[in-house]
Every structure is written in C-alpha cells, then in structure tokens.
Write a new protein. Structure first.
Lengths: 287, 258
C-alpha cells in the first residue's frame, strides 16, 4: 500500500524529538507502573517525544493503551514511575501554571454550583488575577468559543456540546501555553463534534496555543492534527509519529474528501490495527 | 389567583378539619384535661404574650439557637477535617459511631453533675446531640467529592483552603444541609428535655410547672408554642436551603425530567 502512494508519508517508528528552541514540551523515557494489590500493572513503558511550539498534535491509540495515564503524567496529575516531562525547560512535578486540561467528562469537570461565567473565572480568581482583568478574560474566552450569550446559565442547563465549550473557555481564559485535551468530544454527537473540532482549530490559531489532543478516533486525529502520534497497545510505547501534510485550512467537507486525507487515514488505521494485534516497534526492532 | 386559592385551600384544609373535630369532641363531651379550641386560644394569648415571652420563650429559643449554631459550625469544621484525611477518619470512626448510638438525653444527668443546672449545660447538651447528623453527613459529603472535580481543581492549581472553599464545601453542601435538617428537631427536643430536667425558666420548665399545678389549658398552650417554634424553624430552614441549593434542585429536576 505504502509504496503505491506518489507522495511518501512522512512517518517514523519512534517519537520525534525537536531542537531545544522549537520545543515547548518534552516527554523523556516516561514510564508509569501502577502498584495494585493484584500486582504491578505497567501502563506506560517508555515514551519519548517532543511537542513543538504552536503545534497541534494528536495522540491516538487502541483503547486501554494508556492514553489517559500519559496525559495525566504530562499534566502533573500523576507522578511518573521514571522518566520526566519538561515544559519550557522546567521538569513537571505538579500541575504547571502554563498548562490547562480539558477532560472528557465535561459534566463532572464543570462545577454545577457555579454559573458559566463563574466556572470560567474560578481558576483566575484562585490565581489572584484582579477583578477587572478577570472579567475581561472571561468575556474574551466565552466569545472565542461562541458562548457570550449564556454567561448567567448554569452548565447543566446547556447541551453537552455547549458544556464542553464552557470547559474549553475555562481552559483558554487561564492563558496556558499548552492545552491538553483528553478525548474531549467522545461523549457528544457527531454534528456537535464536527463543530467542536473546527472550534479547536480556530481557537488554537487565534491564540497561538500548542495543543495535545488525545483521541481514539482515527478520522478526528488526521483531520485535527498537524502531527499524529500513534501509541502501541499497553504497555505503551510510540508506534509511529506521522506528519499530517494537509493544508492548514481544514474544512469538514473539503479536507475529509481529499485523497491525501484518505491515504493518511488509511495509514493510521492500519497502524492502529497492527497495534491492536500486538505488534510492537520495540520488539520488532530487536528481532 | 384562582390557583393560589386552591393551593391555600389544600394547605389549610386538614388543619381546619382537625380543629373542627376537636371543637365538636370537646363541646359534646367536655373534659377537664382537654380545653376547647376557644379556651386554648384565649389561654395562649394570655399566657405567652406577656412577661413569659421574655422569661420563658426567648431564653429557650436562645439556648436552642446558640446550641444548634455551634453544632452546625463545629460539625462542618470537624467533618471537613476528618473527611479530607483518611487516617483521621479511620481513627475517629468507631468513636463517632459509639457516641451517635448513645441516646443524648442520658447525658443530661451526667452533665448536670458536672456543670450544674446552668444555661451552658443546656446549650452543651443541645450541641452534643445535634452535632452528629451534621458531622457524619459532612464527612460523607466530603469523602464523596467527585474525582473529576478534584482533578480539575488540581490541574488549575486550586489547592488547600481554596479547594475547600471553591470545590469541597459547595459539592458537599447538599449532604451537609440534609444533616442540618435532621439536627434541628433533635436540638429542639433536647432543649425541651433539658429544661424539663432542671431549670427555672424556659418552655420545657413551664410546661412541667403547668402540669404539676393542674393548669391544663396553659400546659396545652405551651405545647402549641413549641409546635409553632418547630414549624417556624422548619420554614426558615427550607428558605435557606432553597437559596443555597438552588443549583442542586435545578439539576435534580432536570435529571428527573430526562
């Protein structure tokens, strides 16, 4: 299949590392083992890759491939067993100020006792941002996600897609350099999902953020990402790191009907199938 | 307008029927031990709208109020502390279970010996009895904090007291208030009992006095006062709870409708 494509797919079977000046976030030899009563579980074996400045990277992997574990380690919510995560030259040991996380369970991540604007404002209030500046940032963030008309609603009065927009607004109002998104659209319907995908691309372009987007959806990863990192099955290593050479302007209809989109999607799909069947680049390399 | 009348009719219907039944019963076969509604109203006004308002009713309400407020504040503070600390929870749980199982009135004789028949002894017994539902519900509410909410707080650097204030306390509020709802009648009961045991003033004391002097309508009117206080306390609580938990009731309504 691969040799038939006129334009070769730019992919390597390990995580890419970048020169220091282009790197925002580095993951180095990250390993996470959970100790349970039933014995140790190796969720993540050895992950190394870099996230560039102003880059939108998607992480895909079969279910149970330790995606969430990896994301939590990067977010500073979980301590890795070994290896390290470096953001802007500083090793991450606790949730860093320059990072914001959007969780999959928007319904539980937003605080139901706070109205939309108060939810967005809370992290800023906690950080001691002055009131006037807070109001400004909240209004801006809500406008950016197209929710400036419902600041006084409670999140649970909104649809699922709108709730996830509130969570995104809360994240961008916090002014992070990196936005981590953990399968954020897995729980919304297909049309809302398409809208939210475009919203992520728009917001990233407007604000100049780096985004690490975890998903199990292959189409989504190719459509959204400038790079797709495919993970092996657990214990996780990088299966492949692929550059998405689609035009920067993405469009749900145009982009998705491009031959190149199909080729890339095909390639990622094959790799994930391989991963599911237990193919491991680390094992293949030693053979 | 019509709807309001219907609602009012429903609310007052049963009380009206009961009063009429009581009036018929006491008129057909008068009893020394049960006054007619008319007698009771007259006695009620004569007995309580005078010096007794200051000597008996207000001190009782003050003891109840102070006791219950201390119980609520202490219960919430202690509950937060224990609920957020696994070791402390394991350490205190058996003791809490024991004290909660103890019927609070049995402590009155002991406290009477220790503190004497003072106001503070009565406040103390109210605190001792009313704290448990608040304390145990707060522990449970704090412990049940949603892990996603907690991770959200952590990822935004909301920690320590700020996390308690912005996340833990509001998320536990429905359960804490359920505890407060239980603790209010307990406080009222202990107020009366402690005054019946040992006092020179207060509602419990007066009712016992009236009974011993065979001042039967007065005794009944004291019970009416207690009933009205209990009713008022419940109404105030409902109002406060509705305000604090507006979000919670809205959320539940939506979930039930879905």
């Amino acid at each position: 299949m691969l040799h038939d494509t006129p334009v070769p797919i730019d992919t390597v079977s390990h995580g890419r590392t970048l020169p220091a000046e282009e790197t925002l976030l580095s993951v180095r030899n990250l390993k996470k083992v959970y100790s349970t009563d039933g014995g140790d579980i190796e969720a993540v074996r050895d992950l190394t890759f870099d996230l560039g400045k102003n880059e939108l990277t998607c992480l895909v992997g079969p279910s149970g491939s330790g995606k969430t574990t990896l994301l939590k380690c990067i977010a500073g919510l979980l301590a890795p067993t070994s290896g390290e995560v470096v953001l802007d030259g500083k090793v991450v040991t606790a949730p860093p100020k320059k990072m914001a996380v959007v969780f999959q369970e928007y319904g539980r991540s937003l605080f139901p006792w706070l109205r939309v604007a108060d939810n967005v404002e809370l992290p800023l209030k906690n950080a001691g941002v002055p009131k006037a500046r807070r109001t400004e940032l909240v209004e801006e963030a809500l406008a950016n996600v197209g929710l400036d008309h419902v600041p006084r609603s409670y999140p649970w009065q909104l649809s699922g897609g709108m709730q996830q927009r509130v969570a995104i607004a809360r994240a961008i109002a916090y002014q992070p350099e990196v936005l981590l998104m953990d399968e954020p659209f897995a729980a919304v319907d297909a049309q809302t999902r398409a809208d939210l995908e475009d919203l992520v691309r728009k917001v990233r372009k407007t604000l100049g953020l780096s985004v690490l987007f975890v998903t199990h959806d292959i189409d989504e990863s190719v459509y959204l990402g400038e790079r797709v990192i495919m993970l092996s099955s657990s214990p996780t290593v990088v299966q492949e790191d692929l550059v998405v050479d689609l035009p920067e302007e993405r469009d749900q209809l145009e982009t998705r009907s491009m031959p190149r989109f199909t080729e890339l999607r095909h390639h990622v799909y094959e790799q994930i199938q391989l991963a599911k069947r237990g193919f491991r680049p680390d094992v293949a390399a030693t053979k | 307008m019509k709807k309001a009348f219907v609602t009012l009719g429903f609310a007052l219907g049963l009380p009206a029927i009961l009063v009429v039944l009581w009036w018929i019963a006491t008129t057909v076969s008068p009893s020394f031990f049960v006054p007619t509604p008319g007698e009771l109203i007259v006695t009620f006004v004569e007995t309580w709208f005078g010096p007794r308002l200051w000597v008996d009713i207000l001190p009782s309400i003050a003891r109840f109020g102070i006791g219950v407020v201390i119980a609520i504040v202490a219960g919430i503070l202690l509950g937060m502390l224990v609920g957020l600390n696994r070791d402390l929870r394991a350490f205190t749980e058996p003791v809490f279970e024991f004290f909660r199982a103890l019927p609070p009135p049995v402590l009155i004789p002991v406290l009477l010996l220790l503190f004497g028949p003072t106001d503070w002894m009565k406040v103390f017994i109210i605190v001792l009895a009313a704290i448990w539902p608040v304390l145990l519900n707060t522990i449970e509410g704090v412990r049940a904090a949603d892990p996603v909410q907690t991770e959200t707080s952590r990822s935004y650097g909301i920690s320590g007291l700020n996390r308690v204030r912005y996340q833990v306390l509001p998320s536990a509020a429905p359960q804490i208030l359920a505890g407060v709802r239980q603790s209010l009648p307990i406080g009222l009961i202990l107020m009366v009992i402690s005054e019946m045991f040992s006092s020179s003033s207060g509602l419990g004391f007066s009712i016992i006095q009236f009974q011993r002097r065979f001042a039967i309508p007065e005794m009944w009117s004291g019970i009416l006062v207690l009933g009205l206080i209990g009713f008022a306390v419940a109404a105030v609580f409902r109002y406060v709870e509705r305000r604090i938990l507006r979000w919670y009731h809205g959320l539940k309504e939506l979930e039930n409708a879905a």
